[in-house]
Design a protein around this ligand. Structure first.
Ligand code: HEC
Length: 82
């Protein structure tokens, strides 16, 4: 799976994907609604904040140095299957 937007797809390829498609990382997997539903319940703002600040095994910013705040929101929507 890939974001349809080419800009987002590039960011995803070079950062989020490395963990969010690999079960052993403990990251909620892209498109796995069961994994994302309880996280989605926190609200988009909270998820974006945690992605930027980091959370346990989730590194601050998801190792994406080119990601802007609106990119995080869109990447999260994509990975959470929204
Ligand atoms: C080095 C591995 C790694 C990379 C790269 C990574 N993540 Fe994560 N991410 C994780 C892990 C592990 C968790 C689970 C953290 C936890 O809940 O303990 C996580 C959780 C999350 C969460 C859920 C936060 C919450 O509040 O529940 C979001 C949102 C997220 N990542 C977004 C992203 C985005 C967007 C990118 C790319 C820009 C990204 N991640 C890149 C490892 C990664």
């Amino acid at each position: 799976m890939q974001p349809r937007d080419t800009h987002l797809a590039q960011l995803y390829e070079t950062s989020c994907k490395a963990c969010h498609t690999v079960r052993d990382t403990g990251a909620p997997l892209t498109g796995d609604r069961n994994a994302w539903d309880p996280r989605w319940a926190k609200g988009e703002q909270e998820l974006t904040r945690n992605a930027v600040a980091g959370l346990n095994g989730m590194p601050p910013g998801g190792q994406c140095f080119a990601c802007k705040p609106e990119d995080y929101a869109a990447l999260i929507r994509f990975m959470a299957g929204r």
